[in-house]
Structure formats: structure tokens, C-alpha cells
Ligand binder design. Structure first.
Ligand SMILES: [Zn+2]
Ligand SMILES: [Zn+2]
Length: 641
């Protein structure tokens, strides 16, 4: 015995020089793996530490305590280990799942002497005086399935030297990959039984932002752990189509984290292209651009560049100077049917008054070769109502249109950079100017140098980005709706049905008519819902229908339908407009045989006639049930404004 203690002391001294003090204090520097190795080496031996009662279960435990450097704490019978004082750092865990190297404590049996043993795994434990065998045995029954009731464990403080294992991963891998989901699975193998208490996964997107985190608390005593997740089904994550992702599994086994390799995968993706037509310009091809939400795109359906359209020395579309243009001097003036047409090149002047009377001029058209409008060039044209100035004029000189008392509208091109003082002189009895159609933006307008005393110009309504080249082949100049279409396009109330057609004779639907009315009213925003099942949010006429209903302009065709695609009749259109105006009181007779007193549109037609909005389809008919055409609708709106 004396000799044994000496040799143990020698072992302890050797260990002291090899391990940190903290480990030495708890288990004599031994890891749980080493401790189990020692226990395994005792199998078959009869251990009698105290020399009494032969090889008892507690003798194995006393030697075990001795091996771990704290023999003095090993006292009494098996059941006493449920209450014995413990070495510093050791813990007693009642009913706990044991770990490698734990001392199993049982408190029943004969005279309640209890029983103690050493745990390797759920089905491997080491006992002495077990099943009548008075030597150390390796038992393969489950640790808590003995006749003697399991109480719990004493856990030596193996501390940082808790059993660790090499971990080898099979996978993980991502399979069953779709546009929004994947199945992640893998397996970690340990070199020994490990107590795994936690498993989980982390998923990252292509910018390394973590998009999923899952931690699960488990209790496995196994040599391997299978881990699998259905990303959508179990983690609730819908991945994005065509994106790169990474993921990593982990376990916490015997208190240590084991992380898998980081695995990358990409979700499936089918391109879904939205198409956008890019119109050709003078110098660049037009094409159709197809773009997928993933960023992939391609072009096709190329059309040739338009080429410049020169007139009077410059391109009418882009303003490019015509390199072949030879300036011819001289300006000519022709007055015909009240329209004074000014053409040629250079500055126009009041020389025309030598041939014509200003009182006969109703409209002035200044051609594209003209570069400036001279001083007082059109002064005193008291009946002129509109002035169209083509691109090319850079300067409108002092007094050019002064005393044009009746002037209502003027088209000003982007080439103008100077408007001198009194160019549009102030009308003494109040300005009549209603509309300025400017071919550029508000910002461009702001860069024009404008002299003082031009208030009649500046107080008019401005229509920016007016297109003087609007050329719908189906709306000829002189057509009944020409001015109305020009006005409607300039004011954003409607576009053509394509680049070169307005389709004035096409019938209008109810959805289109309320949209035109809504735009003419300035596109006011109205809250709430439309309440019609056939006008979905996002529909082109959704806001317009809301506005129309909120303002009592229309009620829908029944409680739940607006019928946006139903044709709109002439009677309905004037009724909508009349209601939009607030249903002002009207008198007199309509004078149409097909609009009877008491008809739903009687007052509306009365109002429309009284305000010059319609003259009927002939002297005695209004044709209220005829489908209203696009040309008619914009004409009504144009006349009503
Ligand atoms: Zn795509
Ligand atoms: Zn051009």
C-alpha cells in the first residue's frame, strides 16, 4: 500500500509538469477519455481498496477517485454518493443524462445500500459486485434500466479536457433545388460516442447576409448525427430564383461546437422577360429591350434610325443643323383666309403691312427659316388669336406682338432664348392670353431671358413639352378634332393609339372616358377602394374610377360592376362631363328630337349645347345612343375647358 501511494505521488509529480493547474485541481489532469481508458483496463480485476467486504462496487469508485486525484472524497455505501461532499469543481446532477466518465449513482437495492458505477455510453457502463461478480465488469444493459433505481450522476470536472473527437462530415449538400427551395442534408461522424445537445444551420445569401438561423436542442449519445432541413418547409424561407446561397451545419457535442464545411449552391431560374420598345431617334436604331428581373437582358426587333428631317436648315426632330443648307435671304409674307404665313430666312419685320391690313389677320404662322421676330413686327394685329412659331427663331424683339389684344395662344419653340421687353406687351384692358404651348421643359423655359412688361404672356397657362410635330396620319390639319387632339396630347390627357395614329373614329370605353375626364381634372387623388370587382387595383383606370365615383360622376353599371370595357355612348359622355361640372342649372330646350325631356341625359345635353360643347350629329339629332368616338370625347373635353 505504502509503495502504491509513492508510485501514485510520482505519477502526480510528473503530471504536474505537463498540464495546467486548473486541470490538475479537478481530475488530476486526466481527460474523460483517459479516465474511461483507465476503467477499461480494470475489467476482470477484483479491486478491494479498503480491504473489507471484498471487491464492492464502491471499491471501483474509490480507485476511480484515487485515479482522478481525490480519493479522500470516496466514502460510504453506494447510496451515500447521492449526498457525499464533492471535490472542488465536481457536480452532482439528479436524473441527468450521463456523460462519458460520469459516476452513476443508484440509491435502492438491498437495505438501500445503493450502487455506483462508471458511465461510457447509454449501453456501456462499468460495475463491480454486479450480478454476483466480485470483479470489474463491462455491462451492456442500459444505464438506467437496472433493478436498482437510477438516482443521477456525479460529474468529475474534466473542464476544458472534456472528451473531444475528430469530426468528419459527409456532405453536407443541397439537393432537390428549385427556384425557391432546397433540401439541405449531411452527417457528422465522431470517433467515439458523443453527447450532442444542440444542432442547427446557418444560411447566407450572396452578399453574406444571414437569412436563416435554426438551433435545435437535442440529447443524442451517438457516434454520428444526421442533420437535414427543407428550407421552405421547415425554416419557412422562400429562396430567390437564380441566386447563390451558402449554408453551414453545426453540432454542440460534449460541450464543443463542430461546424461543417460551408457549402454553396444556386437556386434554379427560368428567365421571364418584360419587353420595352425603345423608339429610334434621328441617329440611333430603335429596338425592343427584353429584361428579366435577374438582370439578364437582350435586344431584338431593331428598326433603322430615322435620319434627320431637315427643314429650313435644321432637323425638325432634333435641331441638328443641315450641313447642305444654303441660306437664302429674304422673308415672304402671305395672308390667306386670315392666316399670315411667314417663310424664308432671317428676321421677319413689319414690312408685310405694306401689303396687308393687320385687322385681317386671325392667325400668324412663322416658318422654320425665320431666326428672329423683329421689333413691332406684328404690333396692332388686334384680331389675331393664335401665333405658331417654328423652331429656329431665337429672339422675339421688343413690341413684336404688343397690342395684339385678342391673342389667346402662342406656340414657342425651344430655339427661343430671348424675349425682349413688351414683346407680348400688356393689354390695357386685361390680358386675353390663355395658353402658352412651350416645346421645352419648365427648366428650359426658365433659362430664357425675358424682359419686363410681358405679364400677359407670363400669366397664361403653360403647357410644357408641346410637340409641334405631332403628326397623327389619321388626324389631318383642318379635321374637326385636330385642335382638340393637339390640346389633349399636350396636356397629357391621352396619347395616340400608336406613334402615328390617334384612331379618332375608334369607340371609347367607359374606362377610357373616366380616365380622360380624370386627367383633364388634374388627376386628383382620392382615398378608399372602388368596390367594383371588374376594376382591379393597378388597372389603368383604377384611380380615375375611384375619383369618378367619389364625385358622383358615375355609379357603375350595377352595385359591383363598373364595366370599364363597355362602350360609352355620347349621352353617357356628356352626362359624365355635366356631373363633373357639378350639374349646373340649365334652361331652354335641347332642340334634338332624339333627346326627350325626362331622358337621363336631357339636362346634360342642354348644358353641353348651351356651352358650345356639342352641336349634335345634325341639326335635329344628338344621337345619344351612338358610341362616342375618341375624336368626339377629346373634342367635348377641349370645348369644355
Ligand atoms: Zn432571369
Ligand atoms: Zn434629327
Amino acid at each position: 500500500m505504502k509503495k502504491r501511494v509513492l508510485s501514485l505521488l510520482l505519477v502526480m509529480l510528473m503530471v504536474v509538469s505537463l498540464v495546467p493547474m486548473s486541470a490538475l485541481a479537478a481530475t488530476n489532469g486526466h481527460t474523460a477519455n483517459e479516465a474511461i481508458g483507465w476503467v477499461q483496463s480494470q475489467v476482470g480485476k477484483a479491486l478491494d481498496y479498503d480491504g473489507v467486504y471484498g471487491a464492492q462496487c464502491v471499491d471501483l469508485i474509490k480507485y476511480y477517485y484515487d485515479y482522478l486525484g481525490c480519493a479522500s472524497y470516496a466514502r460510504g455505501n453506494g447510496s451515500d454518493y447521492a449526498t457525499n461532499a464533492l471535490p472542488s469543481g465536481w457536480t452532482r446532477l439528479k436524473g441527468a443524462q450521463p456523460r462519458l466518465g460520469d459516476i452513476l449513482v443508484y440509491t435502492g437495492g438491498y437495505n438501500n445500500y445503493g450502487h455506483v458505477a462508471i458511465y461510457e455510453s447509454d449501453y456501456v457502463s462499468y460495475h463491480q459486485n454486479f450480478n454476483g461478480k466480485q470483479y470489474v465488469v463491462r455491462a451492456t444493459c442500459k444505464y438506467n434500466a437496472l433493478n436498482n433505481p437510477y438516482w443521477g450522476v456525479i460529474r468529475p470536472d474534466f473542464g476544458g479536457s472534456a472528451p473531444v473527437s475528430a469530426a468528419s462530415w459527409e456532405g453536407p449538400s443541397a439537393t432537390n433545388i428549385t427556384e425557391s427551395n432546397a433540401y439541405l442534408s449531411g452527417k457528422v461522424n465522431f470517433s467515439q460516442t458523443m453527447n450532442t445537445t444542440q444542432v442547427g444551420v446557418r444560411i447566407y445569401d450572396s452578399s453574406n447576409t444571414r437569412i436563416a438561423l435554426k438551433d435545435e436542442y437535442v440529447n443524442y449519445n451517438t457516434t454520428y448525427v444526421n442533420i437535414w432541413y427543407d428550407v421552405t418547409g421547415e425554416l419557412g424561407i422562400y429562396l430567390k430564383s437564380g441566386q447563390n446561397y451558402k449554408f453551414q451545419f453545426y453540432t454542440i457535442s460534449n460541450g464543443k461546437e463542430y461546424w461543417s464545411p460551408i457549402i454553396s449552391f444556386a437556386t434554379a431560374h427560368t428567365h421571364n422577360y418584360a419587353s420595352k420598345v425603345v423608339q429610334p431617334t434621328c441617329t440611333a436604331q430603335g429596338y425592343t429591350m427584353h429584361t428579366c428581373s435577374c438582370g439578364n437582358s437582350y435586344k431584338d426587333s431593331y428598326v433603322n434610325a430615322l435620319g434627320h428631317s431637315y427643314s429650313g436648315g435644321a432637323c425638325t426632330r432634333c435641331g441638328q443643323k443641315d450641313p447642305n443648307y444654303t441660306q437664302t435671304s429674304g422673308v415672304s409674307y402671305v395672308l390667306s383666309d386670315g392666316v399670315l404665313t411667314v417663310s424664308g430666312s432671317g428676321e421677319c419685320t413689319n414690312a408685310w403691312m405694306n401689303n396687308y391690313s393687320p385687322n385681317n389677320v386671325k392667325k400668324i404662322v412663322i416658318g422654320s427659316g425665320i431666326t428672329s421676330i423683329g421689333r413691332a413686327a406684328f404690333q396692332g394685329c388686334a384680331y389675331v388669336k393664335s401665333v405658331d412659331i417654328a423652331n429656329g427663331v431665337t429672339k422675339i424683339c421688343r413690341g413684336a406682338f404688343t397690342q395684339c389684344w385678342a391673342l389667346e395662344s402662342v406656340i414657342i419653340p425651344t430655339s427661343v432664348n430671348t424675349i425682349e421687353m413688351t414683346a407680348f406687351g400688356n393689354a390695357i384692358s386685361g390680358s386675353t392670353m390663355n395658353d402658352v404651348y412651350y416645346c421645352g421643359s419648365a427648366a428650359q423655359w426658365g433659362r430664357i431671358s425675358i424682359g419686363e412688361h410681358n405679364d400677359s404672356l407670363l400669366k397664361a397657362s403653360f403647357h410644357y413639352n408641346y410637340d409641334p410635330n405631332m403628326s397623327f396620319t389619321d388626324v389631318a390639319a383642318g379635321s374637326y378634332c385636330y385642335d382638340a387632339v393637339q390640346w389633349a396630347v399636350a396636356n397629357g390627357i391621352t396619347k395616340g393609339t400608336d406613334a402615328t395614329h390617334f384612331s379618332p373614329n375608334a369607340g371609347c370605353t367607359r374606362g377610357q372616358v373616366v380616365t380622360f375626364l380624370w386627367r383633364a381634372a388634374g388627376e386628383p387623388t382620392v382615398g378608399g377602394n372602388v368596390g367594383f370587382v371588374d376594376v382591379a387595383p393597378g388597372s389603368y383606370c383604377y384611380e380615375a374610377v375611384k375619383w369618378a365615383v367619389a364625385n358622383g360622376i358615375t355609379n357603375g353599371t350595377d352595385a359591383t360592376h363598373f364595366s370599364p370595357n363597355a362602350a360609352c355612348t355620347r349621352g353617357q359622355v356628356v352626362t359624365f362631363m355635366y356631373r363633373a361640372e357639378g350639374e349646373p342649372a340649365v334652361g331652354g330646350n335641347v332642340g334634338f328630337v332624339d333627346v326627350a325631356a325626362g331622358s337621363y341625359c336631357y339636362n346634360a345635353v342642354q348644358w353641353a349645347v348651351a356651352n358650345g360643347i356639342t352641336k349634335g350629329t345634325d341639326a335635329t339629332h344628338f344621337s345619344p345612343n351612338a358610341t362616342c368616338t375618341r375624336g368626339q370625347v377629346v373634342t367635348f373635353l377641349y370645348r369644355a375647358q
